[in-house]
Design a protein around this ligand. Structure first.
Ligand code: SF4
Ligand code: SF4
Length: 168
């Protein structure tokens, strides 16, 4: 599991994650191959609840405004699979983006917490931690085997380039 930057008590009071404007959204969680196997085996989710591009199939929000992750517990703002939530969910508000054939660690400043902390020493320390974590041989290998989690996000801020650039 990736160490979290945003404290969980902050996220529990925020409605910023796990909700999407569009049914087919680049922001919806895209899973590692091993996560798909775990979810099918351990959580018993039907393979049909995953899209062909390895995303969780979103469900319409009750108020008809947008779509929700199927694992968001209604009313409690909690993730039903928090103990095994996908890599992309653990990483957010940071994301991996492909730009000019390079893998960049980027950050989404739509997250109010990270926007507030972007110039803080904690932010720099956390980026150093992520650099060590993501540049480890194990993680670089995982990314090479799962290029689906490196996407073309718009309006995200580049933070650093990963060491490997051949995961495409
Ligand atoms: S937008 Fe930021 S603060 Fe809000 S739930 Fe997501 S990670 Fe947490
Ligand atoms: S898997 Fe959990 S953390 Fe990830 S989008 Fe769904 S509810 Fe949110």
């Amino acid at each position: 599991m990736i160490k979290q930057f945003v404290p969980s008590e902050v996220c529990l009071k925020c409605q910023g994650c796990c909700r999407f404007k569009e049914l087919s959204s680049v922001w919806s969680p895209c899973l590692l191959d091993e996560e798909i196997i775990s979810l099918i085996d351990k959580e018993g989710i039907p393979a049909a609840s995953l899209s062909i591009d390895r995303r969780l199939n979103l469900i319409p929000a009750e108020n008809k405004e947008g779509f929700l992750c199927p694992f968001l517990k209604k009313g409690e703002n909690k993730c039903q699979i928090y103990h095994m939530r996908p890599f992309e969910c653990q990483l957010y508000p940071f994301l991996l983006s492909m730009r000019d054939k390079k893998i960049l660690l980027t950050v989404d400043l739509n997250c109010p917490y990270v926007k507030d902390k972007i110039k803080s020493p904690e932010f720099n320390e956390y980026v150093d931690y992520l650099a060590r974590y993501l540049n480890s041989p194990k993680q670089l290998c995982t990314l090479k085997e799962n290029p689906q989690v490196i996407q073309a996000y718009e309006d995200v801020l580049g933070v650093m380039e990963l060491e490997s650039n051949d995961a495409s």
